[in-house]
Write a protein that binds this ligand. Structure first.
Ligand SMILES: [Zn+2]
Length: 236
C-alpha cells in the first residue's frame, strides 16, 4: 500500500513549497510555518498563493488608538512627510486618515468591509474604493502609502505590496506595520518575513529613528510590535 503523501503548501512570501502534514499546519493551530523565511500563514487547503487573485483588503482589528495614529503621523513627519497624497490600504473606519487629514495631507483609503467603509466615508467626506481594483484612475499615484496590519488579513500580501510599489510617486514612502490582529488573521509575520515581503515587492528599507525601550526591543526582536512602524522606499 503506498504511503500517504502530505499536502504541499506554497509560502505566500518566499514561494517555497512546504510539507503541510503532521509537522506543519495541523501541529501549529492551523498555521503553516515556512522553514525558509519563517513566515506563518493559515492553512486553507493551499488556497493561499503568492500570486493570489483576491484583491480585497480590510483593516486589522482592533482599530488603532488616536494616540497610536498620532505617533505614526509624527514618525512620518520626522521623515519629511508633511504634505502630499496619502493612501491607507485597509483603512477600516478611517481613524488614521482623519489624523492625517487634520495634518493637511490629502487622503484616500481602500476598505473592503462595507460597514467600516461607510463609517470612513461619512467621517472623512470622501469617496472610497472597496478593493485594490476599484481605485479611480486619477487616484493612482501617492506620496505615502500605509498598510497598518491589513497585510495580515489578505490572501496574498506580496501582491498587495507590489500593487503599492506601482502607485508611488518618486521619493514616496511605504509605511508598514505587521501587528497580529485579534481576528481574521491569515498571516503571522516575523521580522524576517515582513522584510522579505517588502524586498520582493520592490522596496528598500528607510531608517526610522529608534524610540523603543530596551525591554521593548528585546521583546520585539523576533516579531514586529503592535505599535511599530517600518518605512520603505521603492527601489530605484
Ligand atoms: Zn517562506
Amino acid at each position: 500500500m503506498p504511503a500517504m503523501r502530505s499536502p504541499l503548501f506554497h509560502c505566500p512570501v518566499c514561494d517555497a513549497s512546504l510539507d503541510a502534514g503532521p509537522r506543519g499546519a495541523l501541529a501549529n493551530q492551523g498555521f503553516v510555518r515556512c522553514e525558509c523565511c519563517s513566515h506563518e500563514a493559515r492553512w486553507q487547503g493551499n488556497r493561499l498563493r503568492a500570486d493570489g487573485s483576491d484583491r480585497r483588503v480590510t483593516a486589522a482589528e482592533p482599530a488603532p488608538s488616536l494616540d497610536a495614529c498620532d505617533r505614526r503621523m509624527s514618525t512620518l513627519g520626522s521623515l519629511g512627510v508633511t504634505r502630499g497624497r496619502l493612501l491607507d490600504i485597509g483603512c477600516g473606519t478611517g481613524r488614521f486618515l482623519l489624523v492625517a487629514k487634520a495634518r493637511q495631507l490629502e487622503v484616500a483609503g481602500i476598505e473592503s468591509d462595507e460597514d467600516q467603509r461607510a463609517q470612513a466615508v461619512a467621517a472623512l467626506g470622501i469617496g472610497m474604493a472597496s478593493s485594490l481594483d476599484t481605485l479611480e484612475p486619477e487616484d493612482l499615484r501617492f506620496d505615502v502609502i500605509t498598510v497598518w496590519g491589513a497585510l495580515c488579513t489578505v490572501d496574498a500580501p506580496l501582491s498587495v505590496l507590489a500593487w503599492a510599489a506601482e502607485r508611488m510617486r518618486p521619493g514616496a514612502l511605504l509605511g508598514l506595520s505587521a501587528q497580529e490582529p485579534e481576528t481574521r488573521t491569515q498571516h503571522r509575520f516575523t521580522r524576517q518575513s515582513i522584510s522579505l515581503c517588502a524586498l520582493r515587492a520592490g522596496f528598500e528599507p528607510v531608517q526610522v529613528p529608534a524610540r523603543r525601550s530596551v525591554a521593548n526591543r528585546i521583546f520585539s526582536a523576533l516579531r514586529p510590535g503592535p505599535d511599530e512602524l517600518e518605512l520603505w522606499a521603492r527601489r530605484r
